[in-house]
Write a protein that binds this ligand. Structure first.
Ligand code: NZQ
Ligand code: ZN
Length: 388
C-alpha cells in the first residue's frame, strides 16, 4: 500500500430477505415529501411498487413519482425529474430500481436546488454541487453497478452523442440502500449476465494498474473468484438464492471505493463502453463485454506481470514452466471462455455499432492515464475495429 488515502463510506446497508422491513425506520429520518423514482414498470409487475407505497402511506408521507427512468438515463429525463422534485418540494428521494434509477436519483438530488442546467454543470463543466443536496435512499432491484453504495451518476445525452459519469462525493452517496437478492430474481437473464460482467469489469478496472504489492489487489482477487463461482451457478439456475445473493454483495464491494484505495485505476474499458453506449444505447454491461478482450489483449504486454498473476490467482492456471506472456494469454483465454459460457455479447457490431460510427465513437472516448498504457486515438480506433 504505497498510496496515501482516506476512507469513509456513509451508506448504510440492509441486506437479505427481511431488508425491506427497515425502510420504515429509515424514512423516519427524513421529511414528509418523498419522491419515488423508478423505471419502466418492472417493479409494478413484481409487486414491489405496491409494497413500498403501502409502507410510505403507513409512514404518513406525501408521495410524488418520477416513472419511466430508462436504462442509460438521459439529460432530458434528468431535467424532467428536477422539475417534478421542485414542484413537489421533495425532501427525500427514494430510488427503486437498478443502477439507472439510482444514478438518476443522485443526479436529480444535486440539481433541484441549483439554477444551472445539470448536464452543462455536472457533465460538461464537471463542477461539484454547491447547493443543498436532497438525500437519496435506494431499494435495489438489479446487481451490477454498485450505484447503491457509491457517488456515481452516469447520464446520456443523445443529441451530443455523449454518455458521461460524474462521481460525486460522500454527501451524494445514498444514505441507505436496501439489498434483497429476491428482488433481482425477476431480471431477464440478459440483464443478469450483463450485470455480472459489469461487476467483473469494475474489479478489473481497479486491479489492472500499478506494480506495487497492494492489499486492494488481494481483495479484488477474492471478489473475482467468488463472482466467477456464483455466476456459473446462477446461469444454470437463476433462481439459486445463494448464488444471487453472493453476486449482489460482490457488486456492492466491487465499486464502493474500497478496492481502489492506495492505487491508480484504469477505467478505459468503461470509457470505451460508454462511448459505444452513447451511439447505440446498448446495455451497459454488454458494451463492456464487447470491448474488453480487444482492449486487454492490446495492453497486456505493458502490464504482463499483472496479467500473469491474474491467470494464476483468479483462474487457477498452473504457472510451472511457463513464461509470464504465456500465462497472461491463458488468463485472458480463460476469461473469454467464461464470458462465452455466460452468453455475453463479444462484438460491438452485435450491439448496433457500425463501421460509420467508429470515428464518432473514438471521438466520444475519454482517454484516461491510470492503466498500463495510455492509448492514443489511433489505438482507440484499432481496439474498436477489433470488436466489429
Ligand atoms: O426499467 P425497469 O422496468 O425497472 O427495467 C429494468 C431495465 O430495463 C430492468 N430491471 C431492473 N431490475 C429488474 C428489472 N427487470 C425485472 N426485474 C427486476 N428486478 O433491467 C433493465 C436495466 O436496468 P438498469 O438500471 O439500466 O441496469 P443497471 O443496473 O446495469 O444500470 C445501468 C446504468 O448504470 C450506469 C450505466 O452506465 C447505466 O447508465 N453505471 C453506473 C455506475 C455507478 N453508479 O457507479 C457505474 C457503472 O459502471 C455504470 O456506468
Ligand atoms: Zn460499469
Amino acid at each position: 500500500m504505497l498510496g496515501n488515502f482516506s476512507y469513509h463510506n456513509p451508506t448504510k446497508l440492509y441486506f437479505g430477505e427481511e431488508s425491506l422491513g427497515f425502510l420504515k425506520q429509515e424514512l423516519a429520518n427524513y421529511g414528509k415529501n418523498v419522491l419515488v423514482v423508478y423505471g419502466g414498470g418492472s417493479i409494478k409487475k413484481n409487486g414491489l411498487y405496491q409494497e413500498i407505497m403501502e409502507i410510505l402511506k403507513g409512514c404518513g408521507k406525501n408521495v410524488a413519482e418520477v416513472s419511466g427512468v430508462m436504462p442509460n438515463p438521459t439529460a432530458d429525463k434528468l431535467r424532467e425529474g428536477v422539475r417534478i422534485a421542485r414542484e413537489n418540494n421533495s425532501d427525500f428521494i427514494l430510488a427503486v430500481g437498478g443502477g439507472s434509477v439510482c444514478d438518476y436519483s443522485k443526479a436529480v438530488s444535486v440539481s433541484v436546488n441549483c439554477d444551472d442546467d445539470p448536464w452543462d454543470k455536472y457533465y460538461i463543466r464537471f463542477e461539484e454541487p454547491q447547493c443543498d443536496i436532497i438525500p437519496v435512499g435506494c431499494v435495489l432491484t438489479m446487481a451490477g453497478t454498485g450505484s447503491e453504495m457509491n457517488g456515481g451518476a452516469v447520464i446520456t445525452n443523445h443529441e451530443q452523442h455523449l454518455k458521461i459519469g460524474h462521481v460525486f462525493g460522500d454527501n451524494v452517496m445514498p444514505r441507505f440502500s436496501i439489498l434483497n437478492p429476491k428482488y433481482t430474481m425477476t431480471l431477464p437473464v440478459y440483464q443478469m449476465v450483463a450485470g455480472i460482467y459489469d461487476i467483473m469489469n469494475h474489479i478489473c478496472e481497479q486491479y489492472f494498474s500499478g506494480q506495487d504489492d497492494n492489499t486492494s489487489d488481494y481483495i479484488s482477487e477474492g471478489l473475482m473468484k467468488g463472482l466467477i463461482h456464483a455466476s456459473r451457478i446462477a446461469v444454470k439456475d437463476p433462481q439459486d438464492y445463494e448464488a444471487r445473493s453472493n453476486i449482489m454483495w460482490t457488486a456492492t464491494w466491487a465499486l464502493n471505493t474500497l478496492i481502489s484505495r492506495g492505487k491508480s485505476t484504469d477505467w478505459m474499458v468503461h470509457m470505451l463502453g460508454q462511448a459505444v453506449g452513447a451511439y447505440t444505447d446498448a446495455t451497459h454491461g454488454m458494451t463492456l463485454a464487447a470491448v474488453s478482450l480487444p482492449y486487454y489483449r492490446y495492453i497486456m504486454p505493458y502490464g504482463v506481470k499483472k496479467f500473469a498473476r491474474f491467470a494464476t490467482q483468479v483462474w487457477d492456471i498452473p504457472s510451472q514452466g511457463k513464461t509470464d506472456e504465456q500465462l497472461a494469454q491463458q488468463g485472458l483465454d480463460a476469461m473469454e471462455n467464461w464470458m462465452k459460457e455466460l452468453g455475453l455479447v463479444m462484438k460491438i457490431s452485435e450491439l448496433g455499432a457500425t463501421e460509420e460510427m467508429i470515428e464518432g465513437i473514438a471521438d466520444a472516448t475519454i482517454i484516461l492515464n491510470g492503466g498500463y498504457k495510455v492509448l492514443d486515438r489511433d489505438e482507440v480506433v484499432k481496439i474498436l475495429k477489433a470488436s466489429m
